[in-house]
Write a protein that binds this ligand. Structure first.
Ligand SMILES: NC(=O)c1ccc[n+]([C@@H]2O[C@H](COP(=O)([O-])OP(=O)(O)OC[C@H]3O[C@@H](n4cnc5c(N)ncnc54)[C@H](OP(=O)(O)O)[C@@H]3O)[C@@H](O)[C@H]2O)c1
Length: 158
């Protein structure tokens, strides 16, 4: 199963340069809770920004990093060179796609679930969540916490 997890501001912004334009500890906690003990798939740029911040890959998760660069490697990390083929495979476990924009865009057609944290506020930035057919998904869970709304959608149309 392929799941996408993302935080999106009201103006659709998801990033500024290589970073998140906001800091919400409750969203980071939610992200950790949902993704821990799962495989997490990300683009090379998002991976490098995690390394820049934490000095290591996300703990207690297996990191899969998409890169077309034949020389890219990192200890303990699986590099995915053929992203489309990986997304098309059947995965018995829930694989979480954790960004960034390029990887979300590639994964959206294959996503069975979307874990979207809606931030009820605009943020300035230069990276936006790609357009997708929202009518292909239905809301199955929601809880709100001040300006954040944690929502889970599942695919209802192939
Ligand atoms: N709001 C959120 O929840 C959230 C979460 C994560 C990230 N973000 C934001 O997203 C932004 C980063 O997104 P981004 O789109 O610039 O970068 P990205 O998706 O993290 O990484 C892009 C890289 O992934 C690799 N890639 C892309 N398509 C591929 C394919 N089809 N096959 C194999 N490898 C592929 C390429 O690596 P090579 O160049 O090595 O080939 C490409 O340069 C940042 O601003 C970050 O803060 C936001």
């Amino acid at each position: 199963m392929i799941s996408i997890i993302v935080a999106i501001a009201s103006n659709n912004c998801i990033g500024k340069g290589d970073a998140l334009p906001w800091h919400y500890p409750e969203d980071l906690r939610y992200f950790r809770q949902v993704t821990t003990n799962h495989r997490v798939l990300m683009g090379r740029r998002t991976f490098l920004s995690i390394i820049g911040r934490l000095g290591r890959p996300l703990p207690d998760r297996e990191s899969l990093v998409a890169s077309r660069d034949p020389d890219f490697a990192y200890p303990g990390v699986t590099v995915i060179r053929d992203l489309e083929a990986f997304l098309r495979e059947d995965h018995a476990d829930e694989v979480f796609v954790i960004g960034g924009r390029e990887i979300y865009k590639a994964a959206l057609p294959y996503a069975d679930r979307l874990y979207i944290t809606r931030i009820m506020k605009d943020y300035p930035g230069d990276v936006f969540f790609p357009a997708y057919p929202a009518e292909d998904f239905r809301l199955i869970r929601q809880h709100d916490d001040r300006e954040l709304s944690f929502r889970v959608y599942e695919r209802i149309r192939p």
